[in-house]
Write a protein that binds this ligand. Structure first.
Ligand code: F6P
Length: 540
């Protein structure tokens, strides 16, 4: 039986230790150990992690690993991989790791061989994607499909949209891929305004197939298609569905033969490598998708097999806990130095914040400590000219993950060296800063010295990979999935439910008819006044 977090011996030791080391400066830690920058690194599965620019000593790292061990991270990890119902509030297994098992593997979950099921679906996806890409799957008027529009939201959008953007280099350039998520009609209208219906395939992606935004957009898409093609029979050639809910797919009017299934043991934010990745597979092809899955699998094996001390997700997770729970850092920035990863931070926001944005333990008790951080970021170098000022000189401690690649997929002139020079410079500047005496000695006017000094001691991780490939992206995603898992295990929360999104949904359903009606409103005075104002100003 695991003790409550704050009663675990390693937690208590970390509290004492924190008081001793909290003011240590990275400048001193590096001065004391000239090998630190090579020692505090870890290379696994093609990812080189330099964690030396963290405010930790060897003792901190030992205690953090002890905390992971005392928190039962290993047993919980093994329970997840084995298909136990660790999502206790929904009584479900958590088996996104089954999505990337190699062909021939066997894993029984809820009485079914999950690996065999996954590979059967993958084979159907590959067959379908192959036919679309070869121009054999034709639209209603006989034209090949040139446009694919994924309709989904949350995990049914962010994963495919982010991964498509990330792997665009490998995508079919003679096809157009769009992603519609927002119930704001502008999203749909702008996505299809330059597309011709007879060449467009809609992939309606929804785990539950009951999500208001997705079903509204899917109905609008069907109307758009029918107004152009004028025949209900066209739907079968232009709509496919990805879901766990065959009955609702059929009710919507999509032939179950055109449905690609996954199981409820895949959480929405963990579903990009399930059938939800169909639009990605259409873009990069079945082989590219297989490489993507192989990357996930490599990281899964590392997470399962590497000792905790040399385990990438465990290290990242525990370092995050060090800042979150001891330094009181409220956010983390994820800063990919690669334009293709423009949506990676947005993707991680859902992965991390929907998973670990919880305030009760698995046992239902209110936590007495901080849980998941706010995750945000933008690709470098753009962020440098926007929010880095606050990270360098503001009053908040913001640990950063820098992600970069040794080789560019678009090697033009010296762009990549310039990009990476900034990448290295930022972590150096954040860690070491520029003390006031150096600033003064450099001839800066005395009254400007305080303004132009940099305290430094701002921590960061550097993740360096060779090249952005489908496999590398799979590894990165799995790395963060497991990092989130480790933290959830330590915090003793359920990282796999998301009850917090329900209340807003229920209230919205109640408000919908009120917006066009005349009846009395029974909300608070603010909501009542806002609805009244909207009623009188809305277009009739
Ligand atoms: O935001 C809540 C949520 O349930 C997410 O977890 C999920 O990814 C998203 O809605 C979409 O759900 P679905 O795939 O069922 O349409």
């Amino acid at each position: 039986m695991t003790l409550p977090l704050t009663e675990r011996p390693a937690w208590k030791a970390l509290e004492t230790h924190f008081a001793e080391v909290k003011n240590l400066h990275l400048r001193d830690l590096f001065a004391q150990d000239p090998a630190r920058g090579e020692r505090l690194t870890l290379e696994a599965e093609g990812i080189y992690l330099d964690y030396s620019k963290n405010r930790v000593t060897d003792q901190t790292l030992r205690l953090l690993i002890n905390l992971a061990r005392e928190s039962g991270v290993e047993a919980r990890r093994d329970a997840m991989f084995a298909g136990e119902h660790i999502n206790s509030t929904e009584d479900r297994a958590v088996l996104h790791t089954a999505l990337r098992l190699p062909a021939g593997a066997r894993l029984i979950a809820d009485g079914e061989d999950a690996a065999a099921f996954v590979h059967a679906v993958l084979a159907r996806m590959a067959d379908f994607a192959g036919r679309v890409r070869a121009g054999e799957w034709r639209g209603f008027t006989g034209k090949p499909i040139r446009n694919v529009v994924n309709i989904g939201i949350g995990g049914s959008d962010l994963g495919p949209a982010m991964a498509y953007e990330a792997l665009r280099h490998y995508a079919r350039r003679d096809m157009t891929f769009r992603f519609v998520s927002n119930v704001d009609a502008t999203d749909f209208a702008e996505a299809v305004r330059d597309l011709s219906a007879d060449e467009t395939l809609f992939v309606v992606s929804s785990k539950t197939f009951t999500t208001l935004e997705t079903l509204t957009n899917a109905r609008t898409a069907r109307d758009w298609l029918l107004s152009a093609l004028g025949d209900e029979a066209a739907v079968a050639r232009h709509f496919v569905a990805v879901s766990t809910n065959a009955a609702e797919v059929e009710r919507f009017g999509i032939d179950p033969a055109n449905m690609f299934e996954f199981r409820d043991w895949v959480g929405g934010r963990y579903s990009v490598d399930s059938a939800i990745g169909l639009s990605l597979m259409l873009a990069i092809g079945p082989e590219g998708f297989a490489d993507f899955l192989a990357g996930f699998y490599a990281m899964d094996r590392h997470f399962r097999e590497a000792p905790l001390e040399a385990n990438l997700p465990v290290l990242l997770g525990m370092l995050g806990i060090w800042y979150n729970n001891f330094f009181g850092a409220e956010t983390i920035a994820v800063l990919p130095y690669d334009q293709y990863l423009a949506r990676f931070s947005a993707y991680l926001q859902q992965l991390d914040m929907e998973s670990n944005g919880k305030s009760v333990t698995l046992g239902g008790a209110r936590v007495s400590y901080q849980t998941g951080p706010v995750v945000w970021g933008q690709p470098g170098t753009n962020g440098q000219h926007a929010f880095y000022q606050l990270i360098h000189q503001g009053t908040k401690l913001i640990p950063c993950d820098f992600i970069g690649f040794a080789r560019s997929l678009n090697p033009l002139g010296d762009h990549h060296d310039l990009l990476m020079a900034n990448f290295f410079a930022q972590t150096e500047a954040l860690a070491f800063g520029k003390p006031a005496d150096e600033v003064a000695a450099s001839g800066v006017q005395p009254e400007l010295v305080a303004h132009r000094s940099f305290e430094g001691n701002r921590p960061s991780n550097t993740l360096l990979l060779e090249e952005l490939t489908p496999s590398a992206l799979g590894k990165l995603i799995a790395l963060y999935e497991h990092k989130v898992f480790v933290q959830g295990a330590v915090w003793d929360i359920n990282s796999f439910d998301q009850w917090g999104v329900e209340l807003g949904k229920v209230l919205a359903q109640r408000i919908v008819p009120e917006l066009s009606g005349q009846g009395e409103l029974e909300h608070d005075s603010s909501t009542n006044a806002l609805i009244r104002r909207y009623r009188s100003a809305r277009r009739s």
